[in-house]
Design a protein. Structure first.
Lengths: 158, 158
């Protein structure tokens, strides 16, 4: 089930300004997430200044891309659970209720980061996603995102 | 116990390149953390593009500043536990083993963010810090950072 468009490309324009993954944020990371079988995958290349200790990736960036990978995966999982394509209405958009990141070892700065998401739970408005982050073929961080479907008052501008 | 210099200003130059809090990172956030009694405090003003949904702060940025507030607090707590001033050698520098952020409500984009850290545990090379993040007087996120003293091979360039 490979798609040409990333999950984030299906977000409505008014919900596409996220610094981590919004296609309309001129300064942001533009994370893109896709299905790869039952898992989800994103690739991301940090900038040279996204450093913690010289030579290693900043932990806050790792948390950021895990976060957006998680909410993107949650949206895709919700469409899948309903048997709907991602270009059908109403749109699903999730926000993070809780984020956990375990930094297993330093992440080298340079190679592309690969994020892989596994859907642990889809229940009501909540989706739980487990995520690994790898660099140069080695898992360096693990994350869990508890995502909840965005309240409707966000969509109407409150 | 108020200090003019922030915790991060005591980091050695070769450990001052962190995107979140390194004074020598030209592109970074430059988070600055201080004692306020037994707690620690940082203030941070997000940029207009640090947005999640328009009008609200990006969760990855919230995770990032909680992370750096946590490692800075861990270093200060370690000096304090040894009864040492922060300008004495050898330097303490901590990295994050685990980060957890609970997003309680959306964080409005605009007002300064206030981070407050409480030291939960100092044990061997590990420090646990509980952190709240507030905007406009309301706590919008809570975090916990488990920080560990940096391995010596980081300091010697491996």
């Amino acid at each position: 089930m490979t798609q040409e468009k990333a999950f984030q490309d299906y977000y409505p324009d008014d919900l596409s300004h996220c610094y981590g993954c919004g296609s309309l944020n001129d300064y942001g990371h533009h994370l893109k997430t896709y299905w790869d079988g039952d898992e989800t995958v994103s690739h991301f290349i940090p900038e040279s200044f996204h450093t913690a200790i010289p030579g290693y990736v900043y932990g806050g960036l790792i948390a950021s891309v895990i976060d957006c990978h998680g909410t993107g995966t949650a949206a895709a999982a919700a469409y899948k659970a309903e048997g709907r394509e991602m270009d059908t209405l109403p749109p699903f958009r999730f926000v993070t209720a809780s984020l956990r990141v375990d930094y297993l070892r330093p992440t080298p700065l340079g190679p592309p980061l690969e994020l892989r998401g596994a859907i642990k739970e889809v229940k009501g408005r909540k989706v739980v996603v487990s995520i690994t982050l790898s660099a140069a073929g080695q898992i360096t961080a693990k994350g869990e995102v508890i995502a909840v479907q965005m309240p409707e008052n966000f969509l109407t501008g409150k």
